[in-house]
Design a binder for this molecule. Structure first.
Ligand code: T4K
Length: 411
């Protein structure tokens, strides 16, 4: 345990952790069951194209969420592309800038103009008041993002969409297994989309799923996921290859069987962080509504750089040197990434809360690869840095830190 800022690895001392601690270390469920399923699919020689594991996976998701249709896809980005096309997005679509870049890229990829909207500083989700201000005659839809698995203000967004005759989608990449007013995420808007990327608490290696209660839309999505094929030689829509493979579905089924255990571990980790960081100056841990279902897959800090005395980026650098690979999600915001940065050089003026949040949020390692002792160690480091920030700053004058976003996991 380090008790003096001079012992920090950023100045050359050995790191606090021998192994790197990742934010998105994949959860692996029951290996035997997974290998058994992989054996089955090899024996069957049915590797993709609407196979039996895929069908079972979709059924399990629909049942779990109480939603009529689930269309599993090869990843959430392609899923969102298919959805944007199927729903008929054109012109402009309003979305937050405080999200993973995929949400914006999907729109522009399809020739739709993303219009970045500011978020609520407390919920980190789209601010409905700001959404309404951005609607023009070219607006065809809204994409809400349930950031960190915390639901958007779905009621207000649905009301706006209804009044302005807009389509409403939810990027629920973070929100599988979460609920809103007792109803599972997956049942809101025209459709919702989950990610099952390796870093998500339920994973299919790569993968995602679109869920909807709209049967007509679901039928169209199924066709579009498979090149538009309605029969062996009949193509009825423009389509793409968005299919989920059998090996991914096998991993998905295996992950689903451990879902409750994964959530329990995430919750235990979250409570451990909460306890350990309770009185650390300048650090606040994002909270979740304990009355709702929640997957607790992100441990999100807000750093008050004035109270703590150093910036979020400096804290991030110090932690990385200790092998704590924290992440500044979603810095610097989509509007400051290309090609949006060049297209909308003034966007930051309309996004003051996004600007603030992208500079103060830090995600910490959690999931089944992280235990109580690691969390204790991470929190002790953060406490040391926060409580001795004067000494850290003084030391930084001699040896300035340079935050770089191209850090490598493999150095
Ligand atoms: N919408 C939203 C709101 C999203 O957050 C995302 C994806 C999407 C849409 C699109 O979903 P997909 O098309 O990906 O299904 C990661 C994920 O790649 C991305 O899926 C996720 N959001 C985003 C929030 O996080 P990166 O660039 O941070 O990934 P990466 O490779 O840096 O990994 C994160 C951490 O996990 C690192 O510490 C390394 C560790 N890791 C990663 C992988 C892949 C492992 O330990 N093992 C692994 O296998 O984006």
């Amino acid at each position: 345990m380090k008790s003096n800022v001079e012992e920090l690895a950023i100045w050359g001392a050995p790191p606090a952790f021998k192994q790197k601690l990742h934010v998105g270390r994949p959860n692996i469920g029951n290996r035997e069951r997974l290998l058994e399923r992989i054996g089955d699919l090899l024996d069957r020689r049915w590797l993709t194209n609407d196979g039996p594991f895929l069908q079972e996976f979709e059924k399990r998701i629909s049942e779990r969420l109480g939603v009529k249709h689930c269309i599993a896809v090869c990843n959430a980005t392609v899923g969102l592309e298919i959805l944007a096309k199927a729903i008929g997005f054109s012109g402009e679509v309003i979305l937050p800038s405080f999200t993973f870049i995929a949400t914006a890229h999907v729109l522009l990829w399809h020739g739709v103009t993303p219009v970045f909207c500011d978020v609520d500083p407390v919920t980190h989700n789209l601010d409905p008041l700001r959404v309404e201000e951005l609607i023009t005659e070219r607006t065809t839809g809204i994409i809400g993002v349930h950031l960190w698995g915390r639901p958007c203000d779905v009621g207000a967004l649905a009301d706006i969409a209804h009044r302005h005759k807009l389509k409403l989608l939810f990027d629920a990449a973070h929100a599988f297994g979460s609920s809103h007013n007792g109803q599972m995420i997956g049942n809101f808007g025209n459709a919702e989309l989950f990610s099952f990327h390796a870093t998500k608490f339920v994973n299919t290696f790569e993968g995602g799923a679109i869920v909807t209660n709209d049967s007509e839309l679901a039928a169209k999505l199924r066709l579009m996921r498979n090149f538009g094929f309605a029969g062996l030689d009949t193509v009825t829509y423009l389509g793409t290859n968005g299919k989920m493979s059998e090996v991914s579905a096998a991993m998905g089924l295996t992950s689903l069987e451990s879902l409750e255990e994964f959530v329990a571990v995430n919750y235990r980790n979250y409570r451990e962080y909460q306890q350990q960081l309770a009185d650390v100056p300048g650090i606040s841990l994002l909270t979740f509504d304990e009355h709702e279902k929640c997957n607790y897959q992100y441990v999100v800090l807000e750093i008050d750089e004035h109270a703590i005395g150093i910036t979020r980026n400096q804290l991030d650098d110090i932690l990385w040197a200790e092998n704590v690979l924290s992440r500044c999600y979603f810095y610097p915001g989509c509007h400051r990434m290309e090609p949006y940065r060049t297209s909308y050089p003034q966007a930051s003026l309309l996004l003051p809360e996004t600007e603030r949040l992208t500079n103060k949020v830090l995600c910490l390692p959690t999931g089944t690869a992280v235990g109580a002792s690691e969390i204790k160690g991470i929190c002790q480091l953060i406490r040391l840095i926060a409580c001795e920030s004067g000494a850290v700053k003084e030391r930084m004058l001699k040896q300035p830190l340079r935050h770089h976003s191209l850090k490598s996991y493999f150095e």
